[in-house]
Design a protein around this ligand. Structure first.
Ligand SMILES: *Cc1c(COP(=O)(O)O)cnc(C)c1O
Length: 383
């Protein structure tokens, strides 16, 4: 098929040409001065996106790798952990902690909803002996398109000493996050979502309180050890061979993010969310997450009659070269997800809405052609 593919997944996301070109460079010595300068620059840049002045390590890893890194560095076997889940990724964080010996109490909220800070507050207040060592939670739940109010969760913890550990893999850079202001202790992210670079880098930010706890941590680890990571970072190196090409890409992506400005980036993602939700609502399709918890990174759309989502996706791919994500686990075929994070333009989303109208009509659903596009156009004009 001619032309570019519209990759509207919640990761991997489209890569700007500037980033592709930046990655297409020869290798350098990862223990030499050029790499040192680059590592310091990108470390500073990623810290800026997190809103932290504390510690940051970059690993060659998928996002799940750094979730595991957080568990093995900051949670010891036998530690009591409160895992808050609103979907697949909340469950994953809980499962990792469980696998590494934590005593996990998991509270789950209905898929599509956000966690209720009042319920977290009740559990925390009952823990008079301060046995809970960490609270694990997802920032943006990619499986449902809902996000958690991390600031409110931290406030709900009051002065409880448990570490607040947040999976920000799909939220960081697409949705507001202020690690130090909000009092988050550990925050994990990855390259393939809002950072506009390919999969393969994991970011782990952690505060000094978490670092103190790490010093007495008894979990098994080698590759992920943050003491080693920080010792090497002092010399401008990583403990093990870094993904140099991806770091070239990260360096360029951070320049692009600085040019646009973080506040503008977050606002752009809010606009995408509101535009997509308005247009899809106009087509009579139901959205999984309610407005107040709706993610700016992706929108989860229920198929008409709650089945046939995969057929809609394959028609979008075969006819229009548009790639949408499916539903995970019990939401497979029930819904599809439109990723609108990272290097995505308004124009791409207008095209997706137009193509979706045709696809729905051809699939036998009652759709007024142009209704969704019209709504999106009105949204753009009114802004
Ligand atoms: C993408 C994602 C991850 C990590 O997934 P990987 O496939 O390991 O990169 C973790 N948490 C959330 C919320 C995600 O969206």
């Amino acid at each position: 098929m001619i032309g570019q593919q519209y990759l509207l997944l919640p990761g991997p996301t489209p890569i700007p040409d500037r980033v592709l070109r930046a990655m297409n460079r020869p290798m350098i010595n990862h223990r030499g001065p050029e790499f040192r300068d680059m590592l310091y620059e990108v470390t500073r840049g990623v810290k800026g996106i997190y809103g932290t002045d504390q510690n940051l390590l970059i690993y060659p890893s998928s996002g799940t790798g750094v979730l595991e890194a957080a568990v093995v560095n900051f949670i010891s076997p036998g530690d009591k952990v409160l895992a808050v889940s609103i979907g697949v990724f909340g469950d994953r964080f809980a499962a990792i902690a469980q696998n590494f010996g934590a005593e996990v109490e998991k509270i789950s909220f209905k898929w599509g909803e956000a966690a209720d800070p009042h319920i977290i507050k009740e559990i925390i207040q009952k823990d008079k002996q301060k046995q809970i060592k960490a609270v694990l939670i997802t920032h943006n739940e990619t499986s449902t398109g809902a996000f958690n109010d991390i600031k409110a969760v931290k406030q709900a913890m009051q002065d409880h000493p448990a570490l607040l550990m947040v999976d920000c893999v799909s939220g960081l850079g697409a949705l507001e996050f202020n690690m130090d202001d909000w009092g988050v202790d550990v925050a994990l992210s990855g390259s393939q979502k809002a950072f506009m670079i390919p999969p393969g880098l994991g970011f782990m930010a952690f505060g000094n309180r978490a670092l103190e706890i790490h010093r007495n941590n008894t979990n098994h680890r080698y590759y992920w050890d943050v003491t080693a990571g920080l010792n090497y970072l002092e010399k401008g190196q990583t403990a093990f061979t870094p993904a140099i090409s991806l770091i070239y890409g990260l360096q360029e992506a951070l320049v692009m993010m600085a040019e646009e400005g973080l506040d503008n980036i977050i606002q752009r993602h809010r606009n995408y969310r509101d535009m997509v939700r308005a247009a899809i609502g106009e087509l009579g399709l139901e959205l999984l997450a309610p407005d107040q918890h709706a993610s700016t990174a992706l929108t989860a759309v229920l198929a008409p009659g709650r089945s046939g989502a995969n057929q809609i996706r394959s028609k979008m791919l075969n006819r229009f070269n548009i790639v949408l994500a499916g539903g995970q686990l019990e939401l497979d075929d029930v819904m599809f997800r439109v990723g609108h994070l990272g290097y995505v333009r308004e124009l791409d989303l207008l095209a997706v809405i137009a193509a979706l109208e045709i696809t729905l009509l051809e699939s036998g659903f009652k759709v007024e052609l142009g209704a969704g596009v019209h709504k999106a156009q009105q949204y753009i004009l009114a802004r």
